[in-house]
Design a protein around this ligand. Structure first.
Ligand SMILES: [Zn+2]
Length: 123
C-alpha cells in the first residue's frame, strides 16, 4: 500500500488488488465486491446483494472520500463482511460493531501493517 501524499483516492485497480489479497487470507461468506458511491449517506457500508445471480458482499465506499480515508473505511467495512452470518438479512446494512467485529478488524490491520502473520481461521 502506497502512502504518497499526492494520491487523491484509491483506484479500482488498487481496491481490487487489496480485495484479492484479503480474500486469500480472510475469506468471507460471499466474495467481496467494492463500489464507490456518490450518493451515500455515510462514509461506507456493507451488505449482501445479488450480482449476476451470485450473492456477494457489497462494500460501498463514498466516492468523495480522499486517501487515506477511503482505505480506512474500506478495511472497516471488510471487518463487517468478515462477521456476516448466513442468517443476516440480505440487503440489510450492518450498523453494529460487536466485539467480534473489533477482533476481526484488528486482525486485518495487523495483517495489512505486516506486524504479524495472520492467525488461522477457526470457522
Ligand atoms: Zn461499521
Amino acid at each position: 500500500m502506497s502512502s504518497e501524499p499526492t494520491k487523491l483516492r484509491m483506484s479500482y485497480c488498487e481496491l481490487r488488488k487489496l480485495i484479492r489479497s484479503l480474500q486469500a487470507t480472510f475469506p468471507t461468506l460471499h466474495p467481496v465486491r467494492v463500489k464507490r458511491c456518490r450518493r451515500i449517506k455515510d462514509w461506507g457500508d456493507c451488505s449482501v446483494v445479488t450480482h449476476r445471480r451470485t450473492k456477494v458482499m457489497q462494500i460501498r465506499v463514498a466516492a468523495w472520500l480522499p486517501w487515506p480515508a477511503d482505505y480506512l473505511v474500506f478495511v472497516h467495512e471488510y471487518g463487517h463482511a468478515r462477521v456476516w452470518q448466513p442468517d443476516h438479512i440480505e440487503e440489510k446494512i450492518v450498523e453494529q460493531h460487536p466485539a467480534e467485529w473489533g477482533v476481526k478488524l484488528a486482525e486485518l490491520w495487523r495483517h495489512l501493517e505486516g506486524e504479524d502473520t495472520p492467525p488461522k481461521e477457526t470457522a
